[in-house]
Design a protein. Structure first.
Length: 114
């Protein structure tokens, strides 16, 4: 949202200032989709993995826009959400430029004898 004088609302010093806050901005459509998936569940940090599963199951992957919307909804930093999503092998987190994965992914776990 820009100020009436054409200058940004996040101004600290000389220049025109920013028209948006720093960092990735969430997409209104993605936010609505995430809110629908989460329903009336509480937005607690300990439910993050469950929420990631909901998004993955609904869309087949975790797009950057849905992860950003989840961050906004849960008031968590993107680094924390990305860290959890990328840690577990059963999630498919995607950056903005990554293509969507195929509809079916088969993962094979090998048992290693020591």
């Amino acid at each position: 949202m820009a100020a009436a004088n054409g200058k940004g609302v996040w101004k600290s010093g000389r220049g025109k200032g920013r028209h948006t806050p720093k960092g990735r901005q969430f997409d209104d459509t993605a936010l609505a989709e995430v809110q629908t998936l989460l329903g009336d569940r509480p937005r607690r940090r300990d439910l993050l993995i469950e929420f990631l599963h909901l998004i993955q199951d609904a869309h087949g992957h975790l797009s950057a826009r849905h992860l950003r919307a989840l961050c906004e909804e849960m008031k968590l930093p993107m680094a924390e959400v990305w860290e959890v999503a990328s840690f577990y092998a059963h999630f498919d987190p995607l950056r903005e430029e990554d293509p969507a994965p195929p509809p079916l992914t088969i993962r094979v776990c090998e048992l290693v004898k020591l």
